[in-house]
Design a protein around this ligand. Structure first.
Ligand code: ZN
Length: 362
């Protein structure tokens, strides 16, 4: 008789909405809740904690909790502020303890990572990066984030990488100052939805494919891909987010920009004959990150959202689940190794005792 499949709980904190899910995987969602990310983090987190408590009462034991959040985050399990959102520009959310209240509401083994790493892990488990051990998930929306998996694990140093803010070589003749409040013309400052709107006066969803601004966006993103290829040799680079959604022309532009930038220095199929398989859209729906105009939602983005909520409810649930439950899978992986931090062998002060979660493949 096979072991029962463990029920997992996932929480994703986004800039505008938070999603909680309960299930055994993307095709078996038991419960789902969504609430706005309010101005007061304590209220928002308390509401999510109440959801988790209700689910424990209604659905029985939960094997693990995964939390994927916007950041930057403190991911150092030995730090006094492990589980906190740290230096976010989001008003009111600096130095917010996310993981503490949620893990007290649901005291089970817990995984914690960035929203983009959660999405990347989900793509590796269930999406377009299945079978890959090293790959990147790039989201191009209000900001630009990169989930980076190297050797099967999210890349870590003192914290998580922030590749959306790398410096890029500017296109000849383009002297626009950029939109990043920290760096001006970093890649986020040149190619995010905010940058596009500030530069053109129109939101990305309303910009026609032949608008010259796309060439500048593609040039900046191509530089990011160039860096990714040279830094980690990813087997796949998946690009999603509100700016990419519905802009199929961008993929051809990006592949071209990447190849021109590399200039045949790297001769492998991934950036050669098979580049369309390597640089491609994610396999899982990227709901909740549709392109937004300042203070309003673009017509096409709104209709995409409506479609996804009405015609494809299963995919909606699946994508949200994968974002968050994949984090738990990673958490479980660390738990099996018996340490909160596999690099140091030190266990998190907050993590419960190691335990094996049966029923999920390695
Ligand atoms: Zn920046």
């Amino acid at each position: 008789m096979s072991a029962p499949v463990p029920v997992l709980c996932g929480v994703e904190l986004g800039g505008t909405r938070c999603v909680c899910l309960l299930g055994t995987g993307p095709d078996h969602i038991l419960a789902q809740a969504s609430l706005p990310t309010g101005a007061d983090p304590a209220v928002t987190i308390e509401r999510m904690a109440a959801v988790l408590k209700d689910w424990r009462s209604a659905h029985g034991p939960i094997a693990a909790l995964g939390v994927a959040s916007f950041g930057p985050l403190d991911l150092d399990t030995t730090s006094a502020t492990y589980g906190f959102i740290t230096s976010t520009p989001k008003p009111g959310w600096r130095r917010t303890d996310v993981l503490g209240p949620l893990s007290r509401a649901c005291p089970v083994p817990v995984g914690f990572d960035t929203d983009v790493n959660g999405a990347a892990l989900a793509e590796g488990r269930w999406g377009a990066a299945r079978g890959c051990h090293s790959y990147a998930y790039v989201t191009v929306g209000t900001g630009i984030g990169v989930g980076l998996v190297v050797g099967g694990r999210p890349a870590r140093g003192f914290s998580h990488p922030e590749l959306g803010h790398i410096r890029v070589v500017r296109r000849a003749g383009d002297g626009w100052k950029g939109a990043c409040s920290f760096h001006g013309d970093c890649v986020e400052g040149l190619a995010s939805a905010v940058a596009i709107e500030r530069r053109t006066g129109r939101c990305a969803a309303e910009l026609p494919p032949d608008d010259p601004a796309w060439e500048l966006v593609a040039h900046a993103l191509g530089q990011l891909l160039h860096t990714l290829v040279l830094a980690t040799a990813p087997q796949r680079i998946l690009l999603g987010g509100g700016v990419m959604n519905g802009q199929a022309h961008l993929f051809d532009r990006l592949r071209r920009e990447l190849q021109q930038s590399l200039n045949h220095y790297i001769e492998v199929p991934e950036v050669g004959a098979q580049i369309a398989d390597c640089v491609r859209p994610p396999g899982l729906r990227d709901l909740g990150r549709s392109a937004r105009c300042a203070g309003r939602r673009g017509g096409r983005a709104r209709s995409r959202m409506a479609r996804s909520l009405t015609a494809e409810p299963a995919r909606h649930g699946a994508s949200c689940a994968t974002v968050s439950t994949a984090v738990q899978w990673n958490c479980r992986h660390e738990i099996i190794q018996g340490a909160g931090n596999p690099a140091t062998g030190r266990r998190s002060r907050r993590s419960p005792a190691p335990q094996r979660l049966a029923g999920h493949p390695q």
